[in-house]
Design a protein around this ligand. Structure first.
Ligand code: NAD
Ligand code: GLY
Length: 364
């Protein structure tokens, strides 16, 4: 265990909470201090539990620790599997003082958070994210949800955790494909709020891809700082928080089109960010040179920069009308004003959108 340990605070008044970041943090952070009652339910999946469940359990001596181990995969992020969490809570007599612990990636985190939001109208929960994507994005900010067959994250709630414990050591077992998908969300922060960070990523990508501990801890910390600032400014996405969804309108359409079975979330977001950037260039905001830098950085992370083959412009239009940013029937998109600055707009040209979709869908 190294001495590196950082703390970022999500400032939300009486619902503020700490994010602990570091190597060996599962052992170092005082998890028990964020648990109010005597009962805990750890929610994990069949891949992560054998790797890290015992480590977490060791920090909970003296508590009644129950577990529910779900099937692994985005296709299991649904109401049926959510019900397995409620079954376990009720069977083991958990009351309002229980605490749920999400041990896993974004799928487990989103499902556990939503279960905590609903169980007996709301109980405490802690996030222990084990993918890069979950460490830099999904575990922070309180968005919880399950998917519906007709749309991603359609059923959910804003519900904040008591604490987020990010142990960067858990990334050592993460497959390359998942690690790279997490980098898409890291790059997102450079694009939407922090141009200097984008440059840092360009200059330090090799260290990150080699999972250098210092580079990783820095990238995770900077990402969490950016995310918590946006969340603190707009917890329930009435305005600015929507910029965190850069590329997601297109990305969610890709995931729904593929029924959550082919590309993983970060890959879909990577292609979606390029599509949003293309549209931003057409709008006369982002310059072509910066679009090329975005494509280069994503490509260097082995991420897609165009929609999957087989997907047509019409598929995007059909699926994007269900996006949660649609208001009063009007599609809104996150666009880049420049590198490091994003806005949410319903003022884009529909002719540009058509042209961009037809161009990118045909080019694959
Ligand atoms: P995931 O949770 O499916 O995890 C990816 C894979 O890695 C899984 O097979 C998992 O079992 C495995 N895994 C996790 N940690 C591991 C480890 N340390 N070692 C080895 N294997 C490990 O996917 P994800 O990318 O973490 O999350 C994607 C989900 O997050 C999507 O459902 C997306 O909608 C959601 N999301 C939510 C938010 C939010 O704000 N709530 C933000 C972004 C994404
Ligand atoms: N991942 C988008 C958000 O948290 O708002």
């Amino acid at each position: 265990m190294t001495a590196v340990s950082k703390q970022v605070q999500v400032q939300l008044g009486d619902r503020s909470y700490p994010i602990y970041i570091g190597s060996g943090e599962i052992q170092r952070a005082d998890i028990a201090s964020h648990i109010c009652g005597q009962k805990v339910l750890i929610v994990s999946n069949e891949t992560i539990a054998p790797l890290y469940l015992e480590l977490v359990e060791k920090q909970l001596v003296g508590k009644q620790v129950d577990k529910v181990i779900l099937a692994d995969g985005e296709q299991f992020k649904n109401l049926d599997n959510l019900n397995l969490i409620f079954d376990q809570l009720i069977t083991s007599h958990h009351d309002r003082k229980t605490t749920l612990i999400a041990l896993g990636g974004g799928v487990i985190g989103d499902m556990t958070g939503f279960a905590a939001a609903c169980y007996q109208r709301g109980v405490a929960f802690i996030q222990i994210p084990t993918t890069l994507l979950a460490q830099v994005d999904s575990s922070v900010g309180g968005k919880t949800a399950v998917n519906h067959a007709m749309g991603k994250n359609m059923i959910g709630a804003f519900y904040q955790p008591q604490a987020v414990i990010i142990d960067t050591d858990t990334l050592s077992t993460l497959p390359d494909r998942e690690f790279n998908a997490g980098l898409a969300e890291v790059i997102k922060y450079g694009l939407i709020v922090d141009a200097d960070f984008f440059v840092w990523l360009e200059n330090n990508l090799e260290a990150l891809l080699n999972r250098d501990q210092q580079a990783l801890a820095y990238a995770v910390e900077l990402s969490c700082i950016s995310k918590s600032r946006v969340v603190a400014a707009d917890e329930t996405e009435q305005g600015v928080r929507a910029i965190l969804n850069l590329g997601h309108t297109f990305g969610h359409a890709i995931e729904t089109f593929q029924q959550y079975k082919d590309w993983i979330h970060g890959e879909a977001v990577a292609a979606g960010m390029v599509m949003a950037a293309e549209l931003s260039v057409m709008a006369g905001d982002l310059c072509s040179a910066d679009l090329a830098r975005i494509k280069n950085l994503l490509t260097a992370c082995s991420l897609p920069i165009a929609p999957p083959s087989g997907m047509a412009a019409d598929d995007f239009m059909r699926l994007m009308v269900r996006d949660k940013k649609v208001l009063d029937g009007q599609l809104r998109l996150v666009l880049l004003e420049s590198l490091g600055s994003a806005c949410v707009s319903d003022q884009f040209s529909t002719a540009d959108l058509d042209e961009m979709l037809n161009k990118t869908c045909i080019s694959v």
